[in-house]
Design a binder for this molecule. Sequence first.
Ligand code: ADP
Ligand code: GLC
Length: 473
Amino acid sequence: MPLSPLRVLFVASECVPFIKTGGLGDVVGALPLALSALGHDVRVVIPRYRAVKHIAAEKLPAPFAVPMGPDGRYAAVYRSFVEDTVPVYLIEHDVFFDRDGLYGDDRGDFSDNLLRFAFLSRAALALGDYLDWPIDLLHLHDWQAALTSVFASTLTSAPPTVLSIHNLGYQGRFAAAAAVDLGIEPGAMGASGVLQGKFINVLRGGLVSADALTTVSPSYAKEVKTEAGGAGLHDALSTRSVTGILNGIDEARWDPKTDVNLVQNYDANDLRGKAACKLALQRESGLPERADVPLLGLVSRFAEQKGIDLFIETMDELADEDVQFVVLGSGESSAEEQLAQRAAERDAVACTVGFNEPLSHRIEAGCDLFIMPSRYEPCGLNQLYSQRYGTLPIVRAVGGLRDTVTDGVDGFRFDELSSEALTAAIRRAVTLFHTGPEAFHSMVQTAMSKPMGWDVAAREYETLYRQILRQKA
Ligand code: ADP
Ligand code: GLC
């Protein structure tokens, strides 16, 4: 007998093409499409932030009662779609979401983030009844959705939950005094795992109370269970099974053959368009237009995780060599300042501080090499985009970078967390660029031909969903 399609609700704080600050948004926008291609009814719920209000969406007529606080709260639900296929519900509650920024502003994280994402979680649990859509399973993403399983564990009936860890470095930690805001009995609070010493730790609550845990690469699934990789949560993780399912990429959105952001399209068989993209990127960035100089790119959040400090040291170590750097990103202000300063001082360095999606595509296309010296990396998507665009990634062998880049085959890898190791890896790649153009070209073609769509991961998630439903039945 064929298995029946599943009704799955994704709960998340980001979803492409509505809102994205990093790879989480890419995943939440793309994986549901692959699951619906397998026949499942997958939908997404995210907040209706100020930044998404301009996007066309239909307001559902009935007000939405969200059971939070003594009197509950009302929200409005808007519906839109990813690619006309996957329904996305945008929960409007202006007190929480109508402000600039998703998680914080110049002064830091918003002080009411616990309440804001508790609200998202309560809304997710109430949405099935509101829509008259019986949900089989809730798929939660990162700490912002993790309270959904904490709340579900206190209800008499709620769908099973899968929690995907995209990044253990962000946990949602708040003073324990804020616990009253969650509206959970103290006993249930302890059992849910949400308390960690003097803190509420939202992600910990999710790790303890979700029915199944996944993370976004097999290597990271192992790393999170170690003291070094567990970010203080390896105790909660050591007794649980964590399934590592490698992210894919949206091969339609990231395709050098059709990408509308590029001056010229190209594919693995004809790389002339890539050469044009390189010159156009140099021009756009104010760098000397030269085909013969290796152009090295970096697109990143400027955060400790991403090894941005090592990257800056390496730029200095290579200051006298004939290489160009083009950098796009934002984050820690000291990194922004140091990079802007180097761009001002050196002809061979360009830096754009900010978030610029079209430019990120042009950097993937126009560079020869792409740099990711991460301290840890749950999966990483930029190395995959780079490979697809024929830009060989130079990565630290950690987490998903280890699982997706093979040294000398489709990129370059180094192990040690140091600028010297990164510099040495760049030197190796640059030497090959100059002295072994055929070998370099053959690596580019290998990288570009790798299948990296979401279909493989979607089947693994499907298997996991069915397993949980069988166990719960
Ligand atoms: P993370 O989610 O940890 O930031 P990933 O490599 O998984 O890392 O995904 C980052 C995503 O965010 C990629 O799609 C990348 O292109 C994008 N990105 C990061 N910084 C910027 C930026 N400044 N402008 C445009 N896109 C960016
Ligand atoms: C996180 C991780 C990144 C991963 C992304 C999508 O933000 O830092 O490695 O690729 O989520 O899963």
